[in-house]
Design a protein around this ligand. Structure first.
Ligand code: NAP
Length: 342
């Protein structure tokens, strides 16, 4: 079996999850190169990886590059993705810089892997919030169509990177430490130094804004869900609207999703579809929780129920590890689909 020279760019929350997924899934690697802004050795589980400082000179002979750097004009993919491609690599990018470009396939293998082969060197991984919603709704869309989707996400701090994940811990510790010995009704629930990463304190709080405010007062994160889901389904007629909320959870995003199908459907036929949907673990009698799904591969779905007033309209609850299926695992599944299967 052929083995590949693989690069991982960025070793934050997603990059480390990628290194873990590549190892756990036994991706056939000949040489692994790991890049970030600064050189050092890092530990992921029991393995030590040497991180090289990225520069235009050190990406010869790379077959596949998984990008998990920050977004925007100073981010890794804006600066280096094209250079990797010019040297012959296929790039899978986790950020939002290229997701909506017409010549860049936006892929969730369970839903649209047939689009992978159209790539011109660059393939985009969708946003974590989009991935779990589209996987959860994938079988329902295929069988019954979707007229409307209303989604509320409760997003973990690790969705904003490693530093954001740590900030939940630091803020929580500050509040716990300063209230030692204090009676409950005299607790001081605010941090003194101001929020560490988010726009507001995240410990013991929720923040109903992820990203910046855009058209119609929706945020960048909310528009990502709409536009990326339209592109992946290849159907912009689905009326999708979202509210994205940051919550004090370390890992795994939760989503309450209301949807109306185009075709007439019963609750029991939806249950059958959910049980058969690739990538979904449906539990009729158990609701998934972020703490239980961390480190797992599936999109966990529960609490399926009818809208008592509207035909063909339902709610479901879904939870998924944002760093795994929401990012790293999806990218690794994409490259598994690029290579011949043994
Ligand atoms: N977190 C999630 O749940 C999630 C889900 C889906 C998609 N994403 C996307 O995945 C990407 C990575 O997110 P993350 O959460 O892992 O971020 P993160 O924890 O902040 O880590 C960012 C990493 O990128 C590296 N980096 C930044 N600019 C770079 C540059 N110009 N050249 C080389 N390396 C650079 C940093 O290097 P240093 O360590 O040297 O500073 C760091 O290792 C982002 O585009 C994000 O939007 C994240």
């Amino acid at each position: 079996m052929r083995k590949y020279n693989v690069a991982v760019v960025g070793v934050g929350a997603v990059g480390c999850a990628m290194l873990r997924c590549l190892k756990q899934r036994n991706f056939p690697i000949n040489k692994l190169s790991v890049f970030a802004r600064s050189p050092r050795d890092i530990k992921v589980d029991l393995d030590t990886y040497h991180v090289e400082a990225i520069s235009s000179e050190n990406f010869e002979d790379i077959d596949i590059a998984l990008f998990a750097g920050t977004e925007g004009e100073k981010g890794a993919s804006a600066l280096y993705a094209r250079k990797f491609i010019e040297k012959g690599a296929v790039v899978v990018d986790n950020g939002s810089d290229f997701r909506l470009k017409e010549d860049v396939p936006l892929i969730i293998p369970e839903v649209n892997k047939d689009k992978i082969s159209a790539h011109k060197g660059l393939i985009a991984n969708p946003n974590c919030t989009t991935i779990q919603a589209v996987v959860a709704l994938g079988g329902i869309y295929k069988n019954f169509g979707l007229e409307k989707v209303i989604l509320t996400s409760l997003q973990a701090t690790s969705g904003a990177g490693k530093e954001a994940e740590v900030s939940l811990w630091e803020e929580t510790k500050e509040i716990v430490d300063k209230n030692k010995g204090v009676n409950y009704d005299q607790l001081d629930k605010r941090i003194d130094s101001g929020p560490i990463v988010f726009s507001h304190q995240i410990a013991f709080n929720v923040i109903p804004q992820i990203g910046s405010l855009q058209e119609e007062n929706y945020t960048t994160e909310e528009w990502k869900v709409v536009r990326e889901a339209h592109k992946i389904f290849g159907d912009s007629s689905i009326k999708i609207t979202a509210t994205c909320v940051r919550v004090p959870v370390f890992t795994s995003h939760s989503e309450a999703i209301y949807f109306r199908t185009q075709k007439k459907v019963t609750l029991s036929s939806l249950e059958e579809i959910l049980k058969a949907t690739p990538g979904v673990k449906y539990s009729p009698n158990h609701f998934p929780l972020p703490l239980d799904t961390e480190g797992k591969d599936e999109v966990f779905v529960g609490r399926l129920r009818k809208d008592p007033y509207e035909e063909n309209s339902f709610w479901l609850w879904c939870v998924c590890d944002n760093l795994r299926k929401g990012a790293a695992l999806n990218a690794v599944q994409i490259i598994e689909n690029l290579i011949p299967h043994p």
